[in-house]
Design a protein around this ligand. Sequence first.
Ligand SMILES: *Cc1c(COP(=O)(O)O)cnc(C)c1O
Length: 366
Amino acid sequence: MTENNVYVTRPFISDPDLISQKIAEVLKSGQLTNNGPKVVEFENALASKLDVEHLSVFTNGTLALMIALKALDLTGEVITTPFTFAATVHALQWLGLTPVFCDIDPESMCIDPTKIEQLITPRTSAILGVHVFGFPCDVEAIENIAERHGVKVVYDGAHSLLTQFKGRSLSHYGDITMHSFHATKLLNSLEGGALIFKSAEMKEKSFLLNNFGIRGEENIFLPGLNAKMNEVQALVGIENLKQLHSEIEKRDIVYRKYSELLGNVDGIRIPQQPACSSHSYQYFPIIVADGRRDVIHSALKEAGIHARKYFYPLLSNIETYSNLPSARRELLKVANDISDSVLCLPYFGELDEETVVKICNVIKNA
Ligand SMILES: *Cc1c(COP(=O)(O)O)cnc(C)c1O
């Protein structure tokens, strides 16, 4: 990282000096991990913030997602989206599940519920949706399909921590929702993740899976994993969560400025949240028409501005998954189009107005 470059995001750390001092206290406390007091406090703070009942934290979002899939005993095929970060589909692959790609909706960029049912077979055990850039999946349509076919629903909510849907947290939907607290996410605990469960039983089972399947001193129930969050991560998460409102206020200003400057530019579309949901303040994606995405990406790069092509390449086009029958381009037309035309602009609280103006000018003149 050099000083004059602008990256797609910048980690939010509420108060580095205060956090350093509190880390020293944790280091002297004698408990560094294994469900310590900071982990419990972080879980309580998050559950209260989201107004959910059953929540656990993990060392990162990817392992949390793997534990979610394991806790639900999924088998066979899982219907998912190719328009996501690699971790979503890799988690299925690690569990020996077959990803079945479903095309996406052009507005929300999330899995298209009208195309899910035709992909359901006797081997289908779940639908894994992603609330891409914090835009909500059509959770009600998906719930309806899942109930009719007796399959589970899991959401990758790595971008949707604070998205409200019809007046409450979007994380209430699905059997399990995952969140990520990676350094690049709106809220970070350096690395970290969480699961929100519909049932207490699933939370209980994932607790075991997160601790080698061991409970007590002498009982080993399941072939578990270790994905425990440590006390320093939890502390950073707690302190950042306390001040997250200030980061959101700043991101809101950046969002408005971009919208003002790019809202009426020919060939640029700014995807909008549906009226029933709130902004997630995680990314600022634009959709560029006429195959000019790469031109704009390069022009920005020349100016030291590192916008990112999230999500390109499409996962159905990478070698690991391109041989799947569901990966064929003609079946995933919208996802391929969006992946070829999307660009995520730099978006973080400390991004100043002058830089936003510069970015928008480069885009307009490219
Ligand atoms: C960041 C991210 C993940 C992975 O989360 P980690 O905490 O980095 O493991 C998964 N899915 C999506 C969509 C993400 O953006």
